[in-house]
Ligand binder design. Structure first.
Ligand code: C5P
Length: 218
């Protein structure tokens, strides 16, 4: 029933992905992981031997490939020119280079245009990223900004990746800084976003609160 777009933004480790998928499933809506799209372009750049710091070369790669994302919250996938890249895009090489790639304005233009098409076609969708409420879907029905203490975010991420805690904390800090200070569409809280600090909240609690907000607004 009816169009419903939910924008979920926030830094990594804030619980965005799990919350967005669970919320989408509960709403019988689709799910779009925009971070996976930036990761896919980064994977393609690295696979072709392109220096991720070379903005012009990265923009060229982005224009030559086809990124496909599956929007079923129970079975999301990412492909580059038909090749599944789901595992590779979560690896340390892509994670280390993705913020540089996501800072290239032409890459953002291409991916934001593609994201808007996916959202329009879906009608009912939960979209997660950094600039969804501010740039991609400023007319979203609900905008959420998830945060958590730096400590909690690093703990969650290192548990997911079985990685060293201090390394993970340093890497998150570096990416947050790059994502928040870049010139093109930085990570930002839309003025009309609902801010939820998930440091002390379980996933279920966050999803329940968001469903309550949606129920009240329709
Ligand atoms: O959410 P995830 O950690 O997969 O995002 C990977 C990177 O992609 C972020 O660190 C950020 O640089 C970039 N990104 C972005 N805009 C989005 C989603 C992700 O710039 N909407």
């Amino acid at each position: 029933s009816g169009r419903c777009v939910v924008a979920v933004d926030g830094p990594s480790g804030s619980g965005k992905s799990t919350v967005s998928r669970r919320l989408a499933a509960a709403l019988y809506a689709q799910y779009l992981d925009t971070g996976a799209m930036y990761r896919a372009v980064t994977w393609a750049a690295l696979a072709s031997g392109t220096d991720p710091q070379d903005a012009e070369a990265v923009a060229k790669v982005a224009g030559e490939i086809e990124v496909e994302v599956g929007t079923d919250p129970d079975a999301p996938y990412t492909r580059v020119d038909g090749t599944p890249v789901d595992r590779a895009i979560r690896g340390p090489e892509v994670t280390a280079a993705v913020s540089a790639v996501a800072a290239v304005p032409w890459v953002r233009q291409l991916l934001v245009a593609q994201q808007r098409k996916i959202i329009a076609a879906a009608g009912r969708i939960v979209v997660e990223g950094r600039d969804i409420g501010s740039v991609v879907a400023p007319d979203a029905d609900l905008k959420v900004y998830l945060t958590a203490s730096a400590d909690a975010r690093a703990r969650r991420r290192s548990a997911e990746n079985a990685a060293d805690l201090s390394f993970t904390a340093a890497d998150l800090d570096r990416r947050d800084r790059l994502d928040s200070t870049r010139a093109a569409d930085p990570l930002q809280q839309a003025p009309d976003a609902v801010v939820l600090d998930t440091t002390e909240l379980g996933i279920d609690e966050v999803v329940t609160r968001l469903r309550g907000m949606l129920d009240r607004s329709f």
